[in-house]
Design a binder for this molecule. Structure first.
Ligand code: 26Q
Length: 799
């Protein structure tokens, strides 16, 4: 069913519905309505439009009794929803007209919506793209996660240093969700296990309720809508009346406070696990609620548990929900009486595990004592899973080792398929982190290269380019992105080139206006916009980008009358609050920006901009406006990257290493349209073994030596000259990510880009070919791959 086909909606209807919601849902009179009231009314109007396709999808799925996908993820980094929903329902222009006819500026209303920032970065954003694609493809699916009261922290700079404040998206009403007070499960922790008649029973010492909140997720053209079900933690007993009556008012609210803590806040650490009890409780909380929920649905359809794997596909987004394996075994064996061996087999048939990192320090491990205390039954079950595995494989690989429970091994052993997220990464998964398990199960590891949704990351964030593409190849590309290939034939067409440049310029102007209004900074819209936006991490090498910026500054100062290509270096990204080195890098970027931006000698040619609080919404402004995409991680460290795909799709060539999905992007756009530099993954490994590799590299590069000297002498921190001395010392002594080794080749590649960028025709050609040739990186393609190869599920709409 296609809502826009069956129920044509016009401006007058939307207008009337917005007014109805304003009055009856918000209780506001038009004359007193705030932007918030208008935004809520519009959101509720759009939400109404999703309900019919949502019901229809749910009904179809129940009637078919087919297989469903359950995507378990600690993170869903969604961003704003108004435009997303309006675009998917094809009512974006109608909604805009309706709001304008009510005297409301549509852009202002849209901008009032806070980002739903229930994720840290790539992994969470990937989950959001997958939800969009699952609905677009009409695959019956649920996303399961946590309804955090506070999403990812907000970042501010104080004297150049990152300061975090709590995010508060739920302080306002969340317009898109439906509360389901009747859907709740009791989730236990700690306590003890009692065995009788050969059957174990866990008696938790503490329980909380997991209470469901559903958000419909509508796909392209409103043909199908799935559900994102997020769990909020609530107390099983609201209030301790006894304490209250005894006058201890604080103790009376204690059960409530304790329970709610579990869904209070998103852990802001990407890539370095924290090992904290609360995090373990969060993981188990949402995993157990989700598994109970899907089992209830399965059993309500009258199936036999032995058929579970024919009806249920559970995908684990990294190891964060890996306890699902043990929980499923516990329910099947302890609650439903299956044998442990049978339970393990059935669970494995359902489970798939996606790995997102090779960084050894990022692989989740739990202290065994902590784990056994919080989840005593699961601890025992994991031992049984390990026994079975060891017996079957005369195994060298353990799940519990040296006092820790290794979640990667648990996820691997309990999954029928394990996937990496780019071709290179999947090979490295086989060769490094899981080489032993790969030798035992050579068919288990597979690759599913990431993708991004073209609806949000081209259609909706880039209207000028979207319109140009529609005029050139028609409007059916958003759900068949490889049609963009049809643009390649215009790559040398002068008229098309001019239109392509105009679109880019409009996006650059839009970004400039947005930043001017937000932060008061002015950008020269004719300069090259050179952009690196992602979490701040040493392996992503924002530091190398900055060192190159300083080197360029030096060079311009040495030759101020040179023919320099004006550039604006734009950085965006947050550091984990406890990641000291990442925070030093932020401080250094801001300090260097302060000095360089006020240098009258170089200001025509070079500017650094680092807007605070990078998020999904900022990405939607930045990416379409970008001329050059920075994807410069140390080879072998970035599992995939997804920003790299978004930039290429929006016509920005990449400067990048042979890392993650860069490899596949380059293969597709062509080597001549991708600026490659740096060591390969194999060379990186070899170079690290060379004695004094960093000192040697620095010594061999006068440019780099000079820059490091300036930083450690306090040129950029005159009020505290030694501020960055230790950061620089680290470069010499412990340059684990090989900034020093790749610096020269990075610098030289950038100078080639200076030359190429001003050859307007040839640069435009490269840009066009980037857009034309990256259609394969649609998350629709990725999800089709999971559906065929891992989940064995089919579209219910024939998409
Ligand atoms: C773990 C334990 C405790 C607290 C936090 C965490 C945690 C949270 C988030 C660990 C890792 C993450 C996020 C990882 C992540 O975003 N990885 C990225 O995943 C993308 C999607 O596959 C890839 O494109 C990126 O290359 C990868 O870095």
């Amino acid at each position: 069913m296609n809502i826009t086909d069956t129920k044509p909606i016009d401006v007058a209807t939307v207008r009337a519905e917005v007014l109805r919601h304003l009055k009856y849902s918000l209780g506001k009179d038009e004359s007193h309505a705030s932007v918030y009231d208008w935004r809520m009314s519009l959101s509720l109007t759009l939400r109404d439009l999703v309900v019919d396709p949502w019901f229809e999808s749910t009904r179809t799925t129940y009637e078919a009794k087919g297989k469903r996908v359950y995507y378990l993820s600690m993170e869903f980094l969604i961003g704003r929803l108004i435009e997303d929903v309006a675009v998917n329902l094809r009512v974006d222009e109608i909604a805009e007209e309706a709001m304008e006819s009510l005297g409301q500026n549509y852009a202002t209303v849209v901008a009032d919506e806070p980002d739903a920032a229930l994720g840290n970065g790539g992994l969470g954003r990937l989950a959001a793209c997958f939800l969009d694609s699952l609905s677009t493809l009409g695959i019956p699916a649920y996303g399961y996660g946590i309804r955090y009261e506070h999403g990812l922290f907000e970042q501010h700079f104080e004297d150049g240093r990152q300061v975090e404040t709590a995010e508060g998206w739920l302080a306002q009403r969340h317009a898109w969700e439906f509360e389901r007070p009747e859907v709740s499960y009791s989730i236990g922790f700690s306590g003890y296990v009692k065995e009788s008649d050969g059957r174990a029973k866990w008696h938790p010492g503490e329980t909380v309720l997991a209470s469901a909140y559903d958000t419909p997720v509508v796909g392209w053209k409103g043909k199908w809508a799935n559900t994102l079900r997020l769990w909020a933690a609530k107390p099983t007993r609201l209030f301790d009346l006894e304490s209250f009556n005894q006058g201890d008012y604080l103790a009376a609210t204690e059960p409530e406070a304790l329970a709610r803590t579990i869904s209070r806040v998103l852990y802001p650490d990407d890539t370095t696990p924290v090992g904290k009890e609360l995090r373990l409780k969060q993981e188990y909380f949402f995993t157990a609620a989700s598994i109970q929920d899907l089992l209830r649905r399965f059993l309500s359809e009258g199936h036999n548990l032995r058929d579970l794997a024919n009806k249920v596909a559970i995908q684990l987004n990294d190891t964060h929900p890996a306890v699902a394996g043990a929980e499923l075994v516990r329910l099947l064996a302890d609650e439903h009486g299956l044998s442990i061996a049978e339970a393990i087999e059935i669970a494995r048939g359902c489970l798939g595990y996606t790995n997102h990192t090779l960084l050894p320090e990022a692989l989740e491990r739990w202290d065994e004592g902590l784990f056994a205390r919080v989840l005593p039954r699961h601890h025992r079950i994991i031992e049984l899973i390990e026994d079975a595995h060891v017996k079957a494989t005369d195994g060298s690989v353990r799940i519990i080792e040296d006092g820790s429970v290794k979640m990667g091994e648990l996820a691997f052993i309990m999954a029928h398929k394990v996937n990496g997220v780019s071709a290179l990464h999947s090979e490295l998964v086989k060769e490094t982190v899981f080489s032993d398990l790969h030798a035992i199960y050579p068919d288990r590891i597979t690759n599913m290269t990431n993708g991004v949704t073209p609806r949000r990351w081209l259609y909706s964030c880039n209207p000028p380019l979207r319109n140009l593409i529609n005029r050139s190849i028609g409007g059916t590309w958003p759900d068949d992105l490889e049609q963009l290939d049809g643009l390649a034939k215009f790559a040398d067409d002068a008229g098309f080139q001019q239109d392509f440049r105009t679109a880019k310029q409009q996006n650059k102007d839009r970004l400039s206006n947005w930043l001017k209004a937000r932060d008061g900074v002015s950008l020269d819209p004719s300069a090259m916009f050179d952009v690196q936006i992602k979490r701040i991490h040493e392996y992503k090498r924002q530091l190398m980008n900055l060192l190159e910026t300083v080197a360029l500054w030096n060079e311009i100062r040495d030759n101020p009358n040179g023919n320099w290509t004006p550039r604006i270096k734009i950085f965006g990204g947050k550091a984990a609050p406890g990641y000291v080195v990442a925070k030093e890098i932020i401080h250094l970027i801001n300090d260097v920006a302060k000095v360089i931006n006020k240098d009258p000698v170089t200001s025509k040619f070079l500017q650094i901009v680092y807007p605070e609080n990078y998020n999904v919404t900022m990405a939607e402004f930045l990416i379409p406006a970008t001329d050059l995409s920075e994807q410069i991680s140390t080879a072998g460290k970035e599992a995939s990257g997804t920003g790299n795909m978004k930039f290429a799709l929006n016509g920005a060539p990449t400067i990048g290493t042979l890392d993650g999905a860069n490899v596949e992007i380059r293969e597709r756009v062509g080597a001549e349209n991708f600026y490659l530099f740096g060591l390969t993954a194999a060379e990186v490994v070899a170079r690290r073994d060379e004695h004094d590799f960093a000192c040697n590299a620095i010594e061999a590069s006068p440019r780099l030596s000079r820059v490091l000297g300036q930083i450690s002498d306090g040129v950029f921190s005159p009020q505290e000259p030694k501020r960055f001395a230790s950061l620089v010392r680290r470069m010499y002594e412990h340059d684990y990510f090989l900034v020093t080794c790749d610096f020269d080749s990075y610098f030289e590649t950038q100078r080639q880009i200076d030359v190429d960028f001003v050859d307007t025709e040839s640069w435009t050609r490269k840009s066009i070919l980037n857009t034309a040739r990256v259609g394969w990186f649609s998350s629709d393609r990725t999800i089709s791959g999971y559906a065929d190869e891992i989940w064995n599920v089919h579209s219910a709409t024939g998409s």
